[in-house]
Design a protein around this ligand. Structure first.
Ligand code: NAG
Ligand code: NAG
Ligand code: NAG
Ligand code: ZN
Length: 474
């Protein structure tokens, strides 16, 4: 009789999705900043190719707009569009004092990051898991007073290109997984972004940096093997955005706001320009129409939008931090304020529909199919995928598991992390109902059997284990 009871429990548990005596799967999320989707096409990349063979490759993925580092990384960690998570720029700013802080300093401004959306580290920890992060944007901040339990923030003026340091960091992360039993770690590499900016995406320097990334991916997988993690660790490799060549040397008419007739910086109380191809303006009271009308149509490759007119597909409107006028340029162009001051040969920050802005995506591990190439999807969907593999309930997010679940071996490999609470509740209730029916049948047949055999007293060992029954019902 006991085996029937156990079977019932097992059944109920599997319907509920709880793993029974199964090792929990781990996730390593890796970002190589600015790794465009097609960077493996003009470079020999044996390790990226091997990852595709042994796992999943997406043709490309679509980042959220605005395609710059901190906002798009926070989307990876939260599954929310930028207007919803609030980290709308690499730079913290205050329109009243006109103070701005650069990328690195902004990492330490808690209020900038902790704006109502929890990154996956915190959610995982609240559900009993252990999370860590190395150099990933957002790591330095706390969220509702909590931080990733194991974390490392790079020092200022960090050398993001050092391959020896990349290997040391890799071994460190694998050590965290094995010896501190972490379940989730996000890890960040600052290249090939730096090289793409400096030399351009079509340069031999960029190709050499992609070879370094590829060697490092080989090293990452070797290190996972050496640490005995192959059966439990899923590795997801992607990026925040791509990179596009900037036209230089008078090849095109540059966009310089000061030169635009009818436009004057004195009509603004705050602006964010000289930041690649995007900009935001806060006109002084009563000056919005004047500024807007001066800029709209002033340059054939400059787009000018009032905040509420922004195309909905960009999901970059509904946040108080977004300024009333938004500018962006076509690929090849940057937006200068007073003078042309931007000398990068590569830039990002363009429309996320532009193919140059699309990052790559690879995933390998026990949860993923092998040798599967999938179509493109938005990076907001990576968050629910990670939650599903980890077996945690996601926070409210803009992604959907059905955009990525075809990559997974079976949806039953992991705990229930269904897309909606409704699904979970429904599945749970169905399971409980089913379980109770089974219990009823078992008890009834038990009693009938007992009566038949005229057993004087039932043995206590034949009772259903009361405690366990309770546990399976939430
Ligand atoms: C988000 O930040 C804005 C200021 O930029 C603030 O007004 C708002 O209250 C913050 N919201 C949350 C939930 O932290
Ligand atoms: C690269 O990193 C290694 C290990 O952290 C360090 O010893 C070395 O000095 C670094 N080299 C450069 C050029 O930064
Ligand atoms: C995901 O599922 C929902 C309903 O279950 C459906 O409406 C939606 O179109 C699906 N999305 C994708 C990308 O398949
Ligand atoms: Zn960059």
């Amino acid at each position: 009789m006991l085996w029937i009871a156990s079977l019932c429990l097992l059944l109920a548990a599997s319907v509920l999705g709880a793993p029974v005596n199964k090792e929990r799967q781990k996730v390593l999320l890796i970002s190589f900043d600015g790794f465009r989707w097609d960077y493996d096409r003009d470079v020999d990349t044996p390790n990226l190719d091997r990852m595709a063979k042994e796992g999943v490759k997406a043709l490309y993925v679509t980042p959220p707009y605005l395609t710059i580092t901190s906002p798009t990384h926070f989307t990876l960690l939260t599954g929310r569009y930028i207007e919803n998570h609030g980290v709308i720029h690499n730079m913290w700013f205050d329109t009243t004092t006109t103070e701005k802080r650069p990328y690195y300093q902004t990492q330490f401004v808690n209020e900038w990051w902790d704006n109502g959306t929890l990154p996956i580290w915190i959610t995982a920890q609240r559900q009993g898991l252990k999370a860590g992060s190395l150099h990933f944007p957002g790591t330095a901040s706390s969220y509702q007073g909590e931080v990733a339990m194991v974390r490392e923030v790079e020092p200022p003026f960090y050398n993001y290109k050092n391959e020896t340091a990349w290997k040391e960091n890799t071994d460190k992360v694998m050590h965290w997984f094995r010896d501190e039993d972490l379940d989730f770690i996000s890890m960040y590499f600052g290249e090939p972004d730096g090289t793409g900016h400096r030399y351009g995406p079509d340069s031999p320097e960029r190709r050499r940096m992609v070879e370094q990334v590829d060697r490092t991916l080989g090293y990452i997988r070797q290190s996972a093997e050496r640490h005995g993690l192959v059966d439990s660790l899923n590795i997801i490799v992607t990026a925040d955005h791509g990179m596009s060549t900037v036209y230089r040397n008078g090849l095109v008419e540059e966009i310089t706001l000061r030169k635009i007739p009818g436009f004057s910086f004195s009509d603004l109380s705050f602006h964010l320009v000289d930041f690649g191809p995007s900009g935001m303006l806060l006109p002084k009271p009563g000056k919005l129409e004047k500024v807007y009308n001066a800029l709209k149509g002033a340059h054939p490759h400059l787009y000018v939008f009032k905040k509420e007119e922004m195309p909905e597909r960009l999901h970059f409107t509904k946040n108080d931090r977004i300024l009333p006028i938004i500018l962006w340029a076509d690929p090849g162009y940057v937006i200068n304020g007073y003078f042309p001051v931007q000398f990068n040969k590569g830039e990002h920050g363009f429309d996320n529909e532009d193919m140059d802005m699309k990052p790559f995506f690879r995933a390998v591990g026990p949860a993923f199919h092998k040798n599967l190439e999938v179509g493109p999807f938005e990076t907001v969907n990576i968050y629910p995928l990670m939650c599903h593999i980890l077996g945690i309930r996601p926070e409210v997010n803009d992604g959907h598991l059905n955009a990525t679940k075809h990559m997974l071996v079976t949806s039953a490999t992991t705990q229930a992390a269904d897309e909606s609470t409704f699904d979970m509740t429904f599945t749970g209730l169905a399971a409980v109902a089913g379980f109770l029916v089974v219990v009823f049948i078992v008890m009834t047949s038990h009693i009938i059997l007992k009566n038949k055999r005229k057993i004087k007293r039932s043995g206590s060992s034949e009772h259903l284990p009361e405690e366990k029954t309770k546990q399976t019902t939430f």
